[in-house]
Design a protein around this ligand. Structure first.
Ligand SMILES: NC(=O)c1ccc[n+]([C@@H]2O[C@H](COP(=O)([O-])OP(=O)(O)OC[C@H]3O[C@@H](n4cnc5c(N)ncnc54)[C@H](OP(=O)(O)O)[C@@H]3O)[C@@H](O)[C@H]2O)c1
Length: 217
């Protein structure tokens, strides 16, 4: 699959991965539409960037957001709220039916390296690290939310071309190289490299219905 002047609908566009993704998509000549709570946080300006103010938790006009959209990218995170309950999951459950209604097929969801695949356990060392680092950082709720999104996608959205990236981001430094998809290999990556990887993997038909990690090749 190739991108020919596409329109990307981005959730989480003001975030650390999101801003890099928006920048890449615009530089590659595409249009970006983004639902953002705080438009002033967006550092990028472009006539091809359309910011719509709103929150995923109560936004009512998802069908309108999807008009003319080719790809939907979700790089959302709110660890505090996700520790109280599911946030991205109820939103995804509203988004996917709207995508069906609007004929939008491809969906990229960014989860984490500590997020379990559907009905699979994490490798023992990863599980131990999760229970040290993710617990200490207050990210267990975020992974639980991501896992519930994956469960919904696997069980109820096989008609959608979804791709889950289980990212292991660590820094906002410069690029450290090119990332490749893998079931088991994982690297600690920069937000910029993660965003470039997401941009590339969206075109990759072999990534559809996978929940893979990424590593520097
Ligand atoms: N950071 C990491 O090291 C890391 C590692 C592995 C995986 N991940 C995964 O990657 C995803 C993105 O991470 P990140 O670090 O790039 O995110 P981030 O910098 O924390 O940004 C999160 C984005 O989500 C937006 N958001 C949160 N709640 C929202 C709501 N109710 N309505 C609309 N937008 C909302 C935020 O908007 P505001 O600007 O308005 O807050 C922000 O744009 C996370 O879900 C996480 O699971 C991250």
């Amino acid at each position: 699959m190739e991108f020919i002047k596409s329109t990307f609908l981005v959730f989480g566009a003001t975030g650390r991965t999101g801003q890099h993704f928006v920048s890449i998509a615009l530089k590659e000549g595409h249009k970006v539409r983004a639902l953002v709570r705080n438009p002033e946080k967006m550092k990028i300006e472009s006539t091809n960037l359309e910011l719509i103010k709103g929150s995923i938790s109560d936004y009512k006009h998802i069908d309108e957001l999807l008009h003319g959209v080719d790809f939907v990218i979700c790089m959302l995170g709110n660890a505090q709220e996700q520790n109280k309950g599911l946030v991205n999951t109820p939103f995804t459950k509203r988004l996917i039916p709207a995508m069906r209604r609007q004929g939008v097929k491809r969906f990229l969801y960014q989860a984490g390296g500590f997020t379990r695949r559907y009905k699979e356990r994490l490798p023992l060392m990863t599980w131990i690290m999760k229970n040290i680092f993710a617990r200490y950082a207050g990210l267990l709720g975020q992974h639980k939310d991501n896992e519930a999104v994956i469960e919904f996608l696997v069980e109820e959205a096989q008609d959608i071309d979804w791709i889950v990236h289980r990212a292991s981001i660590i820094s906002d430094g410069p690029s450290k190289g090119i990332l490749k998809r893998d079931r088991t290999k994982v690297s600690l990556v920069t937000f910029e490299d993660c965003a470039r990887y997401i941009y590339e993997i969206l075109k990759d038909n072999s990534a559809i219905h996978t929940c893979d990690l990424s590593y520097y090749c």
